[in-house]
Design a binder for this molecule. Sequence first.
Ligand SMILES: Nc1ncnc2c1ncn2[C@@H]1O[C@H](COP(=O)(O)OP(=O)(O)OP(=O)(O)O)[C@@H](O)[C@H]1O
Ligand SMILES: [Mg+2]
Length: 415
Amino acid sequence: MEGWRLRDITLKGVTLNGVISVAYYAEWRYAEWRMTQLLENPFVFGEIIDDANFVNRTEELSHLVRDLADGQKVFLLSPRRFGKSSLVSVALLKLKKRHIRTVSLTVSSYSSYTQFLEKFAEKVLRAAGPWERVKDWVTRFGRQVQPEINYNINTGEVNVSLGKGSGYDPTPIAPDIFALPGELTKKAGFRMAICLDEFQQISQFNGGSVENALRNQVQEQREVGYVFSGSQPSLMQEMLTAKRPFHKAGPQMFLDKIAQKDWKEFIDRHFRRRGRTLDNAGLELLLHTADLIPYDVQRIAHELWDYAELKDKRRLDASDVNLVIEALVTSQSTYFELLWEQLSARQRAALQALAHRGAAEIYSENIREVFRLGPASTVQKALHSLDSRDVIDRYKGDYFFLDPLFPRWITKKGA
Ligand SMILES: Nc1ncnc2c1ncn2[C@@H]1O[C@H](COP(=O)(O)OP(=O)(O)OP(=O)(O)O)[C@@H](O)[C@H]1O
Ligand SMILES: [Mg+2]
């Protein structure tokens, strides 16, 4: 898009002036070339990854697609930025191709229970088909409270409004709303797959009553697959304990990191296609620094790509990767500094130990002595509080930094 806009504006400028200045033309061509190069950067981060750029996850994908098509209720868990949303998005795409109606909602996007319910209803109705047809199938909807439903004939959009004012309590109508997918699939003869992303946030709406209402309805919906995905595994696991409504509601899927060899192949392939190489030491440094967290692998690779374009460097090695990582750490240093200032002395000490020596022996006497961590119970408390602050999380039992560049900054700072 940007490239085209640039071309239009420049051409207009050229026509208006009536003469083509050589310098102007060269500058335009260079800017245009730069733009296409940047647009071509194949490493994408911070966005949901589409089918074409999806690395591995073949087993997880076929598992998820099969379970959702079977009407299972799947719980997808992993720490932040491991690729849950991307996995679900590709899975829903595959289901759509099989004529399964799909719905996707991010629970954390809504500021109130009412708004969440309205969007849930809207998206389910939209996925089910034109309102004109859908309305005859909806029998339970609005039995207790009459919602306002607006249908726009031109756009085909359905808008649902449950009640005005912040004091409105949607609890009585929630079961009817959550029953909608079941109603529709039963009457219309199609299947549905629904994703509720950032699901751990649902307890913010009215506590246990939401979980109860939702659980009671979804367990009756044989034709509807659900994936409840959550970025805070500890909160999600709490939701699945014996005392909570979702206990044993369906299979749990823990998303692992993507294997090193898949990333190597992916990164190598893209650089080669552009006529560049990155040596093995460079690749390993990149993957090690990113701690194999998908978001960070893509982010460093993205920066390395731009760096190589700018310098037009054909052969890249560990020193280039290092330069790019240093630049990234520097660009984030204000943020890291602020974060650091907010931490207690105990928390800082624990992070220093973690940054220098990793998680495996964090409780050992030697490490506690060297880093002046205090007794093991104090270390445990510090780590726990850092976990709830989203500075660290657990993967396969061990703590790790959610932002893998933070330990780089910490070690540099203390050097
Ligand atoms: N299979 C994949 N192949 C390539 N890159 C991926 C893959 N999965 C994730 N990524 C990278 O990780 C980034 C984060 O992915 P995504 O948003 O799907 O993760 P998430 O677990 O939903 O994160 P959050 O917990 O923050 O919502 C993507 O933008 C992309 O850069
Ligand atoms: Mg996500």
